[in-house]
Design a protein around this ligand. Sequence first.
Ligand code: PXL
Length: 285
Amino acid sequence: MTGPKKVAAIHDISGVGRCSLTVIIPVLSVMGVQVCPVPTAVLSAHTGYGEFVMRDLTDFIPAALDHYKRLGLEFDCIYSGFLASSEQIDHCLDFFAAFPKALKVVDPVMGDNGENYKTYTPELCRRMSELTAVADIITPNLTEAAILLGEKFPEGTVDSAMMRSWLVRLSQKGPRIVVITSVPVSGSGICTVGYDKSKNSFWKIAGEYVPISYSGSGDMFTSILIGGILGGDSLPIAMDRAASFTQSAVKTTYSYGTDWTDGIMFEPQLHRLKADRELSDYTNL
Ligand code: PXL
């Protein structure tokens, strides 16, 4: 009766490299969710290219928020990701405060494989924990989870007990649901691990190791997770949907031998995320 769920997506748009809004918009749209982009920056290519042109849109975010308040809009979900300045933390906090009924999802984008992204200053990383504290759901990768906890990035594999402890410690900082991606759990390949504080339940989705890490994987994973949860999935089902689609698209991409900077070749498989059938078989009376 209410039409598609509406998500305000506070992320950058990068022209080349398949990440952030160029992944989030198609993925959530095919899952039947409306994306309202609130761009944090425009880049010619994501930061993994080393050389890129970037326009910071810090001033745009509060202006867009004021407009949405004047329109009396409501969102079902506010989803933040790549930020271009530490002031944008305040703007995201204002967005979350303005729509208290919305599901608050923070992907604390800061780095991967033990390293920070090029534009992420120590101040921006330090302040990211202010955002995760007000979120309902956070989806750090292992690098970002370590930064949020002030831990060293674990070299080699980690065990389940350590991951359970990291999940609980992250949730004690605020969020009800914590999902950590890209975790090499001993004996289980590359896993996604999750915790729901309200149910004290822990979940793990095991995946195969693929010897390359593509840009935008986290954006793809979190978008599918959100699409699933807004559609009524339980946490482990949403995690499974997100991890298995991302893994399959990663394996497809790997078979073509493209550069990691080019991101996940998701276009051939996108239709698999679609709802079962189209509901358009009606006429006007
Ligand atoms: O997918 C994370 C991401 C988003 N946006 C930009 C990035 C990255 C990771 O490199 O550079 C611009």
